[in-house]
Design a protein around this ligand. Structure first.
Ligand code: FAD
Ligand code: NAP
Length: 317
């Protein structure tokens, strides 16, 4: 028989782990499931400087601290990829992973977001051979070489600064003449001699030989000029997409796939909650994910109380 929990949390990023802390501290039985190591996107982040209580902390260290908090009141962690989630007749949920299956009174979707592809020729061909979406993971391969960063948001600018600590030179190609990144990240990157910004310029193709990336072909979208630039690595940071495929068909996502919730983190399906990056929201940060999670944890507790009372009445009648 499938193991039953008061709540099952899909994803153990900062949001999922914080929800586990709140729900288990309220004495609910809790299972977090993740397809990778707990920590989510924090594992791909070098320095986190905007999480309260730390002037600066490495992403993986913050993940480790959060994991300790999240399991101290009895929440369990299971490794596995969640394949699908199904509502059962009595209002409970059936969660199937590639390793096991479980049932629960409530489900919290905390599956986060993932990088968006640039969708240009060469991107897939050279993925892992010079094309990367994670500077912390792959930056060291490009020590003392020229690397390119694509994008103008927080990720592109922050990771360009990280890469400048390893590479000989970092060139950032941005499609506009104004960055979207937070001002402090911009100021830091502009002050770094190793980083060059090239404005109004789009990468049209990633070039390479039979082994690895050798550069990019770019186009200035104001002048129309097209030219090649040599580089050993291309780091793509052009935004994020929701990881919500496991709830496809449940009618809780918008057209882009982001999950819609109310302020209580309730989705349109009773007993299913969502939080963090996978929600349709304005600011995707660790702090906002953990804020969502505190609210979800509290409301999952209330929902469970009512659910158990209803089930008791059904059993008695
Ligand atoms: P995530 O961290 O994305 O975690 C989701 C988890 O769900 C993952 O562990 C994933 O493996 C799991 N999962 C997904 N699908 C399944 C499935 N089917 N089965 C099982 N498990 C699944 N924010 C800051 O506040 N400060 C920063 O300095 C900062 N730096 C960043 C740097 C980079 C390069 C990036 C990309 C983001 C950064 N962010 C930063 C944003 C921050 O990391 C995210 O907002 C935050 O991690 C979102 O947390 P989450 O728990 O909602 O989702
Ligand atoms: P983002 O904020 O959506 O920025 C994406 C960038 O890529 C934008 O500058 C965008 O250009 C550009 N872009 C999009 N599609 C493109 C294309 N096809 N070709 C060329 N350029 C393209 O994404 P992000 O920077 O990955 O950030 C994701 C979330 O994580 C955000 O909420 C962010 O705040 C958070 N985050 C926070 C931190 C931190 O707090 N330190 C660090 C990293 C990420 P336009 O500007 O022209 O739209």
């Amino acid at each position: 028989m499938a193991q039953h929990y008061d709540t099952i949390i899909l994803g153990a990023g900062p949001g999922g782990m914080t929800a586990a802390t709140y729900a288990s501290r309220a004495n609910l039985s809790v299972l977090m499931i993740d397809r990778g190591i707990y920590g989510g996107q924090m594992n791909n982040t070098a320095e986190v400087e905007n999480y309260p209580g730390f002037s600066s902390i490495l992403g993986p260290d913050l993940a480790e601290n959060m994991y300790k908090s999240s399991t101290q009141f009895g929440a369990e962690y299971a490794f596995g990829t969640v394949l699908h989630v199904e509502a059962q007749e009595d209002g409970s949920w059936h969660v199937v992973t590639d390793m096991d299956e479980y049932t629960s009174n409530t489900v919290i979707v905390a599956t986060g977001s993932d990088y968006k592809k640039l969708a240009v020729p060469g991107e897939d061909t050279y993925a892992g051979r010079g094309v990367s979406y994670c500077a912390v993971c792959d930056g060291a391969f490009f020590r003392n070489q020229h690397v390119i960063v694509v994008g103008g948001g927080d990720s592109a600018v922050e990771e360009a600064t990280y890469l400048a600590g390893l590479a000989e030179k970092v060139t950032v190609f941005h499609r506009r003449d104004k960055l979207r990144a937070q001002q402090i990240l911009q100021d830091r990157a502009f002050a770094n001699d190793k980083i060059e910004f090239v404005w109004n310029t789009e990468v049209e193709e990633i070039l390479g030989d039979d082994k690895k990336v050798t550069g990019v072909r770019v186009r200035n979208n104001v002048t129309g000029e097209v030219y090649n630039v040599d580089a050993a690595g291309v780091f793509i940071y052009v935004g994020v997409l929701p990881v919500s495929q496991v709830v496809d068909g449940l009618g809780i996502t918008n057209e882009q796939g982001w999950i819609e919730t109310n302020e209580r983190m309730e989705t349109a399906r009773p007993g299913m909650f969502a939080l963090g990056d996978v929600r349709d929201k304005e600011l995707r940060q660790i702090t906002t994910a953990v804020g969502d999670a505190a609210i979800a944890g509290q409301n999952v507790f209330s929902y469970n109380e009512e659910f158990k009372l209803k089930q008791q009445k059904v059993t008695e009648s």
